[in-house]
Design a binder for this molecule. Structure first.
Ligand code: FHN
Length: 469
């Protein structure tokens, strides 16, 4: 047993007792999920749906080795190094003594996200390695008790988000390679953990204590769970955690990884099952088509790792990232784009460059992304993507995101029944002529060259709601 836990046991037992009484009482009073009308749900989800674009931050002790161990590069994602290199707990814990992010500047992080056009931030409060970036009273394996930095890292970021108008959210891993109630899955790896006989309630109450601490100390607006796949964690456990959290904060939004319904990396819920959680979580992929009535958010890395790695330079292009954002919005979903800060607390320059490029595009075209709905066309459009927004005067504005600019200056909108009242280029307001040709609308006199080769947005205002066969 490591020193980190022994000292805590007595605190913990006390915390358990207090929590036990409370949870039992609470379990009695809230057997299941608090009832919510569709209108109440829409009100709770509105900011998140309108936001469309957020920053994911994977930060922790794993940023110190940065994908190298004992001088050797370690494959896979940087935040998995403890598992991939099969590092003993006692050895991995020693990283905490080196964790001192002197260049950590939460105001600058939030500024980078804001200038990229991101509307919310989701940061890892605790990843699979069990190390906490916040001050937790139920463990000493946290940044306050175990590191030379000695201060909570989440509170100042939360305050900065609120100061700069972004929504602060936290990621929390259910699987915990450090907690004594969980044991490694095999000699070769921690993942997937197993639960020690008779100690599941201990871990469930540990988790609830920490989640309560997070809600009280930095008031996250989304709880982004992960690491729910070990067998010992059940859908029923997910219901308990979901009900517990929504009771603590009825406005809280919780992803579907609080439960066990998601279809792997596709991230959406299995059909025909009553699943717990407010939105689906595709990972490193974007659904092939829109999912009417389904809230979902695709999370993605900019290179091939979530946590910082020295040797991962496989960066996606800014064009790819902008088109991914458009692709998600055109299918009615959000895009959660990741950064992996260094151990010193800096967001890598290649990430900042790409975020600046995305921000530049959104400063011109943001109207075509924020608070929009999915394309009326279920089929992929040959020249790009489409989003839409109902305007106050009852017209609907279609935003055509043109990736492949038509040489002949002519663009077809297949099977659009509505009449067009106006069409123009979003970036400079230049008018575009539109006329009907049978069951399609044709836009003409488009400029020779696209205004932006990544995606040029044409606005088409139509009467009423889109009628597209
Ligand atoms: O194992 C994690 C991984 O480290 C990362 O946090 C991603 C982000 O969604 N989720 C898990 C893999 O599915």
């Amino acid at each position: 047993m490591t020193i980190f836990v022994a000292m805590r046991r007595q605190w913990f037992v006390l915390g358990l007792l207090m929590l036990g009484f409370a949870s039992v009482a609470r379990a009695e009073s809230a057997p299941g999920i608090p009832p919510e009308t569709p209108e109440q749900r829409d009100a709770r989800m509105k900011w998140w749906r309108d936001a469309r674009f957020g920053m994911f931050i994977h930060w922790g002790l794993y940023a110190i080795p940065g994908g190298r161990w004992k001088g050797q590069p370690v494959g896979g994602a940087g935040e998995w190094i403890m598992n991939t290199a099969n590092i003993p707990v006692e050895e991995y814990e020693l990283l905490a003594k080196q964790f001192n992010p002197v260049k950590y500047n939460p105001a600058q992080w939030v500024k980078i996200a804001k200038e990229a056009g991101m509307r919310y931030i989701v940061i890892t409060s605790k990843h699979h390695d069990g190390f906490c970036l916040f001050d937790s009273k139920v463990t000493t394996y946290d940044v306050v008790d175990a590191t030379p930095w000695g201060k909570d890292l989440l509170k100042p970021l939360a305050e900065e988000c609120r100061k700069q108008g972004l929504h602060f959210c936290t990621y929390y891993s259910i699987m915990d390679w450090h907690h004594p109630a969980q044991m490694r899955g095999s000699d070769r790896a921690y993942n997937p953990t197993r639960i020690r006989e008779g100690r599941k309630r201990e871990y469930m109450d540990y988790m609830k204590a920490q989640l309560k601490e997070l809600l009280e100390s930095c008031k996250p607006e989304v709880l982004w769970f992960d690491g729910e796949w070990p067998d010992w964690y059940t859908e029923e456990d997910g219901r308990e955690i979901y009900a517990y959290l929504r009771e603590l904060d009825p406005k809280l939004i919780i992803n579907n990884r609080v439960g066990k319904c998601r279809k792997g990396m596709e991230g959406l819920n299995q059909e025909g099952r009553q699943c717990v959680g407010d939105f689906g979580t595709p990972e490193q992929q974007i659904p092939a088509s829109g999912l009417p009535g389904v809230d979902w958010e695709s999370c993605m890395t900019m290179n091939d790792t979530w946590g910082f790695k020295y040797d991962d330079h496989n960066w996606k292009s800014t064009q790819t990232l902008i088109r991914n954002l458009i692709d998600c919005a055109s299918k009615g979903g959000n895009y959660l784009l990741n950064v992996g800060p260094t151990a010193e607390g800096e967001i890598p320059a290649p990430s900042v460059e790409r975020l600046q490029g995305i921000g530049q595009w959104l400063r011109v075209n943001g109207e075509s992304i924020y608070a929009t709905q999915a394309s009326p066309w279920s089929k992929q459009l040959p020249w790009g993507r489409c989003t839409q927004k109902k305007l106050d005067d009852g017209t609907t504005r279609l935003y055509l995101h043109v990736f492949t600019w038509p040489e002949q200056g002519r663009l077809e909108l297949p099977n659009l029944k509505n009449d067009v009242s106006r069409a123009f280029l979003l970036a400079n307001g230049t008018g575009v002529t539109a006329h009907r040709d049978g069951d399609k609308v044709v836009l003409e006199n488009l400029p020779q060259k696209p205004l932006d080769p990544v995606a040029t947005v044409i606005c088409v205002d139509i009467k009423g709601t889109p009628q597209v066969d």
